[in-house]
Design a protein around this ligand. Sequence first.
Ligand code: ADP
Ligand code: MG
Length: 327
Amino acid sequence: MNEFNIIDTFFKPKAAQSESDIASGIRLGVGDDCALISKSSDLDLAVSVDTLIEGVHFPESSPPDLIAHRALAVAISDLAAMGAEPRYFTLALTLPHADTDWLAAFSGGLHEAATQLNCAIIGGDTTRGQNVSLSIHVMGDVAKDQALLRSGAKVGDKIYVTGPLGDGAAALAYLQKRLTLQDRDLGDYLSRRFYKPQPQVRAGLALRGVASAAIDISDGLLADLGHICAASDVAARIETKRLPLTQPLLAQVALSHLQQWALSGGDDYQLCFTVAKKRQSKLMQKLAEAEFSAHLIGEIIPPGDPLVIVDGAEDLNLKRSGYQHFA
Ligand code: ADP
Ligand code: MG
């Protein structure tokens, strides 16, 4: 079983939302980037939790301040995907031993990230265990009925991403020394992209009332766009040659390799979103105001198998499913 079968089989409620769920303020349950809970007459609280484990989500020996930054940024990316504004988080931290130098660096990085990302720590839990592991539970505000959902994409909608894809996979290859670079600036750029990904909060906020569906790209474009398709009961057609790539990487990595990373590598934390024809001019207006950037990569088509058709990828060796914990 992969993680998605596990969630569907054991954790997704079998029945549609019940009246008591609604009465207790659950506006959206399992299945999107965040759940939504009614907070006041005009606001919902978006909530999500993400876990990072040493050796799985970051290399052992990663600098502790950077581990903290990455964990918070990755968690906030799910708020961005809902069009929510980050507010608070809690941190559950598991450590093999209490190394005060490590803890000082970690907490310094955490507070710096919290300030930069405008999200305040309000609690947590500290435990001893074999490996370093962190769970960050984030909460953010979103105006009622304004959240961006995975469902909502319609046939004919255009598909966009907010920035270059493939950097996350390239960065991991670089940190694991599978990719050697002559260009030191590029190495620094990739390290920053890995440890300090920029959650697309401004894009998410600007896309409320514009995008018909949205998701953040954590597992890879094919897998995550596939989640939009499944939730919206549609399919997608994208064009490989339209994928935005980091140009300096092309001097170091073959185009086909980078395209492969862009399609099925993970850890990019850009948003993928869809926009109906009648909202295109509103999107252009937002882009002109330079709140964020967007790259057109394809179009939503009627449902079918596969969920995502990739034009111009005949020579690529694609993993359609993206990263899976139990594959
Ligand atoms: P993301 O990549 O956006 O963090 P995931 O793929 O981890 O989302 O999860 C998909 C959906 O399943 C989310 O709505 C998440 O809250 C839910 N989910 C994941 N694991 C569990 C679990 N153990 N129990 C209940 N819901 C879960
Ligand atoms: Mg997500």
